[in-house]
Ligand binder design. Structure first.
Ligand SMILES: NC(=O)c1ccc[n+]([C@@H]2O[C@H](COP(=O)([O-])OP(=O)(O)OC[C@H]3O[C@@H](n4cnc5c(N)ncnc54)[C@H](OP(=O)(O)O)[C@@H]3O)[C@@H](O)[C@H]2O)c1
Length: 299
């Protein structure tokens, strides 16, 4: 069983990001990511802290805007507008999910598409659908890098993606089609899903259902990527993680991404890559050309 090691692949990506950040700084641009966190969701708190720590390690500045759980939509809009205007801020990370009283679509639409490092703005999603990617959502981009890093061929392969969210499944299917895979998307209304997933050379699961994918869904030797993250936080003991893929799959798959240590670290690295890409927009034209020729292809 080949383990698709996201720590190794993302570390290579972070080296490229650190080099790009050093170049930006030496040309007077301090790359900066602004995180907006609403309420006190422990998972969101830990994701944002992890992203900021990883940013600092690569030479990217970050700042955190904390808003109370019951914040009004108008207040959130005002902060997003302010960050859109702030020349020193290059990327805006609005940590989702938002509390239920807030309109997530409205907030995403208000982020400048040039600072939309999560790739969720409709303009960036539209560019991706048109085959002209701009800012691509971090998890799908991370899955592609994880496959490439481990030399998994994609052209002509039959790929099944379980999940069709705008954050993961949908953009991932588009990226795979652009890379000449033959792609099928499954979702909660799919019938006889195992008949479909068993045809996959590469099976990617982003359903958000713990251990839902079992050995009966997998063709022997298939490459399986587990995007799911489920965190158990027993009182007084360290957190335990599991994914959407059940342990029984290990006996059947040819390659498997672990949880933790698979797609998760890739997602963070891709957020940083998108942030330095956004910051490169502030370079003077000469430096921007150098950036494009020598650093951009690593991001
Ligand atoms: N590793 C990372 O860095 C990372 C990043 C983002 C997300 N995640 C994890 O990835 C998972 C998916 O995230 P998401 O944001 O895409 O979740 P989501 O918005 O809840 O979407 C889940 C998708 O899975 C489909 N689905 C649900 N149950 C299913 C079933 N029994 N059979 C087939 N399809 C099913 C849903 O179908 P419908 O459309 O029909 O409802 C939906 O399209 C979650 O566990 C999340 O925590 C991990």
């Amino acid at each position: 069983l080949l383990i698709l090691d996201g720590r190794a692949s993302s570390s290579a990506m972070r080296d490229g990001v650190a080099r790009a950040a050093a170049f930006l700084r030496s040309h007077g641009v301090r790359p900066c990511l602004a995180a907006v966190l609403v309420g006190r969701n422990p998972a969101s708190e830990s994701y944002v802290a992890g992203k900021r720590k990883a940013a600092a390690a690569c030479g990217i500045d970050s700042c955190l805007y904390r808003l109370p759980q019951r914040v009004a939509q108008s207040k959130l809009s005002a902060i997003l507008r302010r960050l859109n205007r702030a020349a020193a801020v290059h990327g805006i990370l609005l940590q989702l999910p938002l509390p239920h009283h807030l309109d997530e679509d409205m907030a995403i639409d208000q982020i400048s598409h040039r600072k939309d490092v999560d790739g969720l703005h409709p303009l960036n999603q539209g560019y991706l659908a048109a085959g002209r990617p701009a800012f691509v959502p971090c998890t799908p981009k991370g899955v592609m890098h994880l496959l490439d890093f481990h030399n998994i061929p994609i052209i002509g392969r039959r790929v099944v993606v379980v999940g069709r969210s705008r954050l993961v499944g949908r953009p991932l299917a588009l990226l795979l089609v652009s890379r000449h895979a033959t792609v099928t998307i499954c979702h909660s209304r799919t019938r006889r899903m195992a008949d479909i997933t068993r045809q996959a050379d590469i099976l990617i699961v982003a359903a958000g259902k713990k251990h839902m994918l079992t050995s009966r869904h997998v063709r022997p030797g298939a490459v399986v990527v587990d995007v799911g993250i489920h965190v158990l936080r027993p009182a007084g003991r360290p957190a335990r993680f599991s994914g959407d893929v059940a342990p029984s799959v290990r006996a059947v798959a040819g390659a498997l991404s672990p949880v933790p240590g698979g797609v998760g670290p890739e997602t963070v690295a891709q957020l940083l890559a998108n942030t330095v890409r956004a910051a490169a927009g502030s370079l003077d034209p000469h430096a921007a050309r150098t950036f494009e020729h020598s650093l951009l292809h690593r991001l």
